[in-house]
Design a protein around this ligand. Structure first.
Ligand code: PMP
Length: 377
């Protein structure tokens, strides 16, 4: 349990477990049996997995048959990148779980440029991608739905239209989508889509690779043939049940996106009032409403994060959801932002549990750690 004196504003790194997910996990832990067994015990535990599959599919507008459970988004992204592409078109603003396996895959890389507003420029890759996809070339275009550091919403629908036109497959890292923007896999038309349980109220260590029906992807873990022969191994039943319950709860949630927008506006206005030199990265771009990337030129991001932490506020510096990482944000660098921004940017990310009092606590701490020194009269 988080202490009352703490204010948690790092929901893009991980959201708190919602009560529905917790209850489903506790219940699942007491259901014995192997989900592949044919007896009644096996069937009962299998039913928990299939119910979760329906709940996750329902949340993102997919069919249950399209959902493959994984250990998280990192595994799902790695799997798609390693599927034998000749060419992968990808932007430097992607998460490391896309970039690292894409670069290690041996595929030729087409760099999808991003501009200072945080959006990728698809027109720049139209020609090289169509050349790569011509003939026998297996080409993949990968684009996240919204950036985890800046919150900028990427043009996923345009990317899919472009890929279709040139004959490339499309992968969408939608980890920061559920609960933050409307998401419908069927109408989006991607071949592969990735989500993660712990970004939407579920447990850490569960995720899904959603593969459009009819799209072939070789088995990525071979063994007992689970997950329709794609990912062998006895399923992590409690984590999957928690993932499903969180997805179910989120599908019933209303108003969270608008609430976050109002709270973020208050937060950003307060920051600008106290520290006019602060830069809100990509403030004029379409952004998911829970995310604010704030740079304070002249201050090191990690110092801000540590000082805010000492004041009871949890935020992160750039992609600090990767272990122990400090320094400059690769996302902001790929956007072409100068070092005084890339080295001084912190990310504040709200969740459905965030309230006015949390924003007030953040602003009070910001005044202490970033504002001008208060001079006693
Ligand atoms: N993609 C994005 C955009 C993310 O924000 C994250 C989590 N930081 C991941 C992938 C990796 O997710 P997981 O923790 O489930 O491996």
């Amino acid at each position: 349990m988080m202490s009352k004196t703490r204010t948690y504003l790092d929901n893009n790194a991980s959201t708190p477990l919602c009560p529905e997910a917790r209850a489903a996990m506790v219940e699942a832990m007491d259901v014995m049996g192997n989900p592949s067994s044919v007896h009644a015990e096996g069937r009962a535990v299998r039913a928990l997995i299939e119910r979760a599959r329906e709940q996750v599919a329902n949340l993102i507008g997919a069919r249950a048959s399209e959902v493959v459970f994984t250990s998280g988004a990192t595994e799902a992204n790695n799997t798609v990148m390693a599927a034998g592409w000749d060419t992968i078109c990808v932007s430097g603003i992607e998460h490391d779980s896309v970039l690292a396996p894409a670069r290690a895959s041996g595929a030729a890389i087409i760099d999808l440029p991003a501009s200072t507003d945080g959006r990728v420029d698809l027109s720049a890759v139209m020609q090289p991608l169509s050349e790569a996809a011509a003939g026998e070339g297996k080409a993949l275009l990968s684009l996240m739905i919204a950036n985890n550091e800046t919150g900028v919403v990427e043009p996923a629908a345009d990317a899919i239209a472009l890929a279709r036109e040139v004959g490339a497959a499309v992968h969408v890292d939608a980890v920061q989508g559920p609960g933050r923007l409307p998401l419908d896999f069927a109408s989006l038309g991607a071949d592969f889509l990735v989500v993660s349980a712990h970004k939407l109220g579920g447990p850490r260590g569960a995720g899904a690779l959603v593969i459009r029906d009819g799209v072939s992807l070789p088995a990525f873990v071979r063994g007992g043939g689970q997950e329709r022969r794609r990912r062998g191994g006895t399923e992590s039943v409690a984590a999957i049940a928690g993932f499903g319950a969180a997805a179910g709860a989120l599908a019933r949630e209303t108003g969270a996106i608008e609430r976050a927008a109002a709270l973020r506006a208050e937060l950003e206005a307060g920051v600008k009032r106290m520290t006019p030199e602060a830069v809100i990265v990509a403030q004029d771009s379409a952004r998911i409403t829970n995310t604010s990337c704030i740079a304070l030129p002249g201050k090191a991001a990690e110092t801000l994060v540590i000082r805010l932490d000492l004041e009871g506020i949890a935020v992160s510096a750039g992609a600090a959801c990767s272990s122990g990482k400090v320094g400059s944000s690769h996302v902001l660098e790929a956007m072409g932002l100068p070092p005084e921004i890339t080295r001084s940017a912190i990310r504040v990310s709200l969740g459905p549990q965030t309230r006015e009092a949390d924003i007030a606590a953040f602003l009070a701490a910001w005044q202490k750690v970033a504002g001008p020194a208060v001079i006693a009269a």
